[in-house]
Design a protein around this ligand. Structure first.
Ligand code: NDP
Ligand SMILES: N[C@@H](C=O)C(=O)O
Length: 251
């Protein structure tokens, strides 16, 4: 059985991945979709032809990983594409975030993504693609979104190293680093959107389209749009203390 697995499939970027994978990889036997909102996943099945395996799981819970591990052991699928999209961020100073929120971000964005990746890798092989959703927030520290940005730096660092580790096995790892994308993300994040973010806001279908092409092309990074590519270059050449001072003025 050849499958794709998508976490965070009930909305936004993850849901868009399921939609686009279903027609870019029509030969997949199943797409396993993971998120807490079962109803959203069922609705998604009604809108696409691919067969979905609906897994309503909370990835902050250890029990969810036992379920996934058991299923992998039973079905022994070839995981052709793994998309780790489940994640969230909260806007606000670190001192204003509750420990629950902070722990939640670290658990979902870092621990769950790492566990999903390590659970699935033994089922990946030649021409399998691991697609990790980080963020442009991974490029430089972000006061006001500090924990979230730090979790995404972790995703970027982990995934770049992993890419080298699994290269020999023919597995590619592509890290997707979008700027602001029009999804439920900002409703859940709270706070207000800066003018700069409103101007740079991308559509999920475009970000995902590029990510799938970049993964198929074996690229290390997928950065959508001119503004975020400019941010990426600037973050590599300008000292971060200078960037942080500028961000303080515009974000
Ligand atoms: N939108 C943006 O501007 C950007 C987003 N990103 C990243 O993209 C990824 C997708 O976010 P996006 O689509 O925008 O936002 P959404 O809020 O639309 O999607 C988040 C997804 O994660 C799932 N999720 C949240 N908590 C859990 C949990 N405990 N267990 C399982 N699944 C969970 C949600 O499903 P459910 O609630 O049903 O569990 C949902 O499907 C995230 O990693 C985010 O950090 C990166 C850069 C920019
Ligand atoms: N990239 C977005 C989050 O990941 C943002 O700009 O806030």
């Amino acid at each position: 059985m050849q499958i794709a697995i998508v976490t965070g499939a009930s909305s936004g970027i993850g849901k868009e991945f399921v939609r686009q994978l279903s027609y870019c990889y029509p030969w997949l036997d199943e797409i396993w979709v993971i998120a807490r909102r079962e109803e959203n996943l069922k609705q998604l099945q009604k809108r696409i032809d691919a067969k979905l395996r609906i897994l309503p799981l909370d990835l902050r819970k250890d029990s969810s990983f036992f379920t996934i591990q058991k299923l992998l052991k039973t079905e022994k699928p070839h995981v052709k594409v793994l998309v780790n999209a489940a994640g969230f961020g909260k806007i606000g100073k670190v001192s204003e975030c509750t420990t629950n929120t902070i722990q939640g971000m670290i658990t979902l964005n870092c621990t769950a993504l790492t566990k999903m990746t390590t659970l699935c890798l033994p089922y990946c092989g030649k021409r399998s693609h691991v697609i990790q959703i980080a963020s442009a927030a991974a490029f430089v520290p972000q006061p006001g979104l500090a924990v979230y940005a730090a979790t995404k730096s972790y995703v970027l660092s982990l995934s770049r190293a992993l890419r080298r580790e699994v290269k020999q096995e023919g597995i590619t790892v592509t890290t997707v680093c979008p700027g602001p994308v029009d999804t439920e993300f900002f409703q859940k994040a709270g706070g207000s959107l800066s003018f700069a973010k409103k101007v740079c806001m991308a559509k999920a279908d475009q970000v995902v389209h590029k990510a799938i092409l970049d993964a198929a092309g074996g690229k290390e990074l997928s950065v959508y749009g001119i503004p975020m590519n400019a941010v990426y270059v600037l973050c590599r050449i300008i000292p971060h203390r200078v960037l942080l001072a500028v961000m303080n003025l515009i974000l």
